[in-house]
Design a protein around this ligand. Structure first.
Ligand code: ATR
Length: 279
């Protein structure tokens, strides 16, 4: 059971994850368990939503204290906020909406990049030892996808001094994002022949490989040998075909679940005002 109905009352703070699909989301399990273990009077629901703007308008009263936003709503949801955090605005996408207690306004944030970049840096430090500064500095960082998660990862890597390359099915979107982070755009076909150097970092932010299409991968296995670390934002299944093949070709792999857990701790802090923890 996600939560105990008998504990819900007028003081209970209601949260949810807005997405489509949303049934795969682990958010409800994680946040309800965290609320329960800290004694916070809140619940967190999976919300299958097609039209974010319509949904937010319908629930514009303070019924909901906060939302997580997932595929494919991270960009549309930004437009529904009363205010948007400057970093999220630059990314052009949010993954969290919090209702401010003082005036009831919905404020949008993006903590995806913090969660994912922390997980990737940890993977690099574990293999290379702790050096000063970000282990991403100067590295070629290839982002597959240019949607909300792609933008968040591209900005996060750019901020840490990585050389960002964006590969996307819709090439124009890759070009637009690459130009914002001083990087290079390539097509998905080019991705299979792209190896300016060995030891590159690869992140998949598309839904390719997500259940039920678990036999799909965004890059050929041959091309993977030029990467020393591969991260997949897809976390259902945990071990995607991309991560399995990356592991077989000797790369460090970072699971999408690690990004998810890091950003969920940050969201928990925003929902409750209680300290979460981030590695
Ligand atoms: P999110 O907010 O999670 O990033 P999104 O904004 O809908 O979700 O972005 C989805 C990304 O996955 C896009 O980069 C999309 O490519 P397009 O820009 O060409 O639409 C990419 N994507 C989705 N399905 C894909 C597929 N079957 N093959 C390749 N790329 C795909």
């Amino acid at each position: 059971e996600l939560f105990n109905m008998r504990h819900i009352g007028p003081e209970t703070k209601v949260h949810g994850v807005i997405g489509n699909p949303v049934s795969h989301s682990k958010g409800p399990h994680l946040h309800n368990a965290a609320f329960k273990s800290t004694g916070f009077n809140g619940i967190y629901l999976p919300l299958l939503v097609d039209d974010v703007s319509n949904f937010i308008t319908t629930y514009s009263s303070p019924d909901f204290s906060g939302f997580s936003c997932t595929i494919p709503h991270k960009e549309a949801a930004l437009k529904c906020c009363d205010e948007v955090d400057p970093i999220a605005k630059e990314i052009g996408a949010i993954n969290s909406m919090i209702r401010r207690l003082t005036d009831g306004k919905l404020i949008g944030y993006n903590v995806d990049h913090l969660g994912a970049i922390a997980a990737i840096e940890e993977g690099l430090r574990a293999s290379n030892g702790a050096a000063s500064g970000s282990p991403l500095a100067g590295r070629i960082f290839v982002v597959i996808g240019a949607g909300g998660a792609g933008k968040a990862l591209a900005y996060g890597a750019y901020e840490r001094g990585a050389r960002v390359v964006v590969a996307n099915r819709t090439y124009d979107k890759a070009k637009e994002l690459a130009s914002k982070v001083g990087g290079q755009a390539i097509t998905l076909a080019e991705l299979n022949y792209f190896y300016p150097e060995d030891g590159m970092i690869l992140v998949n932010t598309t839904s390719v490989g997500m259940k039920p299409r678990i036999d799909e991968t965004p890059i050929s296995k041959v091309a993977l040998k030029h990467y020393s670390l591969v991260f997949d934002a897809v976390y259902t299944p945990k071990l995607t075909r991309l991560l399995r093949e990356a592991h077989e070709s000797g790369a460090i792999i970072v699971y999408g679940t690690e990004m998810f857990i890091n950003q969920a701790f940050l969201q928990f802090e925003m929902f409750t005002g209680l300290p979460g923890k981030m590695k």
